[in-house]
Design a protein around this ligand. Structure first.
Ligand code: NAP
Length: 225
């Protein structure tokens, strides 16, 4: 199968920005987050395969974007290369709700949820009335051996009239043609940038997968065989 227009040197784009993670970002943000120009969008796991695309699409839609990541290097890339307005390093910021409050003086209108736990708690606390949460994933809880307490501020969903939509990208294949048209254009014009971490060899696939849970990937994790 010929993959156009990036069929030679940038084939792995079809696993990341032009593939499932890119479509996940596009569907989750635009269909469920419904960002409006001038609104503030908060994105967790913001430098990842999904998150980095969410950040950049939100910027293209005229939003103020705040990301959360686990390293200063990832934060700097989002600020310098992706035009993100503010980035929190959740590992070093201290209290996440306080850190988010400090960079979101006008609150947040959309939260793109990749992490769960304290990120969801912080987002709810800072959310504006009629905010939207596109619930994409909650990676912080995937390996929990025991149930952990959830956010203790869920009642805010009521008073703030927050809308939370879970979604699975495979239910939204109908958006793929429009996604490809938009995304190819954005890549070709340099409006969307991608990072990837390439691991060589099938023998290293398991450790590459496990690396997702400790943030060893920068952008899309690709195993080359
Ligand atoms: N709903 C859907 O259809 C759909 C489709 C694809 C993916 N997803 C979900 O989308 C999310 C992102 O997936 P992805 O493929 O783009 O992965 P990714 O963001 O490329 O990689 C995972 C990243 O999550 C961060 N992370 C890991 N453990 C964390 C923790 N305990 N607290 C905070 N951050 C943590 C790490 O970045 P840091 O270094 O920044 O910590 C890591 O690099 C995941 O939750 C995934 O399950 C959902």
């Amino acid at each position: 199968m010929k993959l156009e227009p990036f069929d030679n040197d940038r084939l792995s784009l079809y696993m990341g920005t032009l593939g499932m993670p890119g479509l996940t970002a596009y569907v989750g943000l635009l269909k469920f987050g419904e960002p409006k120009e001038g609104e503030t969008v908060f994105v967790s796991a913001a430098s990842g395969a999904v998150g980095a695309n969410v950040c950049q699409i939100a910027k293209l839609k005229g939003c103020r974007v705040i990301g959360s990541v686990g390293s200063d290097e990832k934060a700097q890339w989002l600020l310098d290369e992706c035009g993100v307005d503010a980035v929190i390093n959740y590992k070093t910021c201290g209290d996440l709700t306080e850190a988010l409050t400090a960079v979101a003086a006008d609150g947040i209108d959309v939260y793109f949820e990749n992490v769960g736990g304290d990120h969801l708690q912080a987002a709810l606390q800072v959310m504006n009335p009629f905010g939207r949460i596109a619930a994409c994933g909650m990676i912080a809880s995937y390996n929990n051996a025991e149930p952990v307490p959830g956010p203790n501020n869920l009642m805010l969903i009521v008073g703030k009239k927050v809308r939370i939509n879970g979604f699975i990208v495979s239910d939204h294949a109908d958006m793929r043609p429009q996604f490809l048209e938009d995304m190819v254009g954005w890549i070709e014009t340099g409006k969307i940038k991608s990072r990837e971490t390439v691991v060589e060899g099938l023998d290293n696939a398991v450790s590459a997968f496990l690396g997702l849970f400790s943030g060893e990937n920068f952008g899309k994790m690709v195993v080359k065989i």
